[in-house]
Write a protein that binds this ligand. Structure first.
Ligand SMILES: [Zn+2]
Ligand SMILES: [Zn+2]
Length: 322
């Protein structure tokens, strides 16, 4: 990682424009995308942007609709705005919008005491739940949920999960709750233990063969070398969904070995608000075990460094205010 990509600075509390709410942040979870931005795998969209797109807090100004008022607890996620008028927005695929903006990339995010967000893009959250357990749902949870949809898992199917960080550990629980047999493939022994604790049917090394052919697989590790490995583990007609926003180069594929028999390889790009609301509703009815590692606001760099070094199980969460 570049040395100290994060600097702690004092900036004025922003003023909400029409349609925006001002949120006092309680916690913000740390996502691998924050790391890709800090390390330069993703080009910055603007200089000196506050990172963070899994923020939980309370509205302190700007709320205008009946569902959200001053005092409402809300979550701010990755998708910050879409145009609503392009061909993708019009067909319900706002995740592909040509003019979408992202929290912590195009606008200041949640590693801050205050955060502005468009009212139409924040998610109402329950007040009686620890903020630390809600924050990782906002990206790790929502993106994983979309990846699971994109992986086309048949009812009672066999799902392979490659990599087992914050997003994977939530997605595995969703799939298990839906009746899937989940096989986890990851290099971290601690992550394999967590997977088995959460009900995975098996847990092996990242390059190992799962104990049975897979109907679907999701690649969470940002490692292109695993694409052929996962494709080869698929049964006929199986689908591999790549969940990350960044992936190292994929080695060349052999048609017969990796794709023939109607295996499908697809990417997952951000999410729609519909995905977000559907996942949060699922989580409200099927309590997920959210494994978190708390950090003080001042330790944001340590959290990114630990994530880069695979030193944590579950999701890092920065505690910003009460
Ligand atoms: Zn994220
Ligand atoms: Zn659009």
């Amino acid at each position: 990682m570049s040395t100290e990509p994060l600097k702690r600075v004092r900036i004025p509390v922003p003023e909400p424009l029409p349609g925006q709410v001002l949120i006092k942040v309680e916690v913000c979870a740390v996502c691998r995308t924050d790391l890709h931005l800090a390390e330069g795998d993703l080009e910055p969209h603007r200089p000196r942007t506050v990172p963070g797109h899994e923020a939980v807090g309370h509205i302190v100004a700007g709320a205008t609709n009946a569902d959200l008022t001053v005092g409402s607890r809300v979550g701010v996620a990755w998708l910050r705005s879409t145009c609503g008028t392009c061909r993708y927005c019009l067909r319900g695929a706002e995740n592909l919008c040509l003019y979408s903006t992202y929290t912590g990339w195009d606008a200041d995010g949640g590693y801050a005491e205050y955060l502005l967000a468009p009212e139409a893009y924040v998610y109402p959250l329950p007040k009686d739940h620890p903020a630390e357990k809600l924050a990782p749902l906002l990206c790790a949870g929502i993106i994983g949920y979309r990846a699971l949809l994109q992986a086309d898992l048949p009812p009672g199917g066999r799902l392979g999960i490659y990599g087992f960080g914050a997003s994977a550990h939530l997605t595995a629980q969703v799939a298990i709750a839906q009746g899937a047999a989940v096989h986890v493939l990851t290099r971290s022994e601690k992550a394999r233990e967590l997977a088995l604790d959460l009900g995975a049917a098996s847990a092996r090394g990242a390059y190992d063969t799962p104990p049975e052919p897979l109907d679907s697989a999701i690649l969470f590790a940002p490692v292109g070398d695993l694409v052929p490995v996962a494709l080869e583990a698929l049964d006929r007609g199986g689908t591999l969904a790549v969940a990350g926003i960044h992936l190292t180069d994929i080695p060349s594929l052999t048609y017969e070995r990796h794709l023939f028999q109607e295996r499908v390889l697809r990417s997952v790009t951000a999410n729609t608000r519909e995905d977000g609301h559907a996942f949060l509703a699922f989580a409200a009815h099927n309590p997920l075990q959210v494994t978190t590692v708390p950090y003080d606001f001042t330790q944001a760099t340590d959290a990114l460094t630990d994530l880069a070094a695979d030193r944590m199980n579950g999701a890092a969460v920065l505690h910003i205010s009460n």
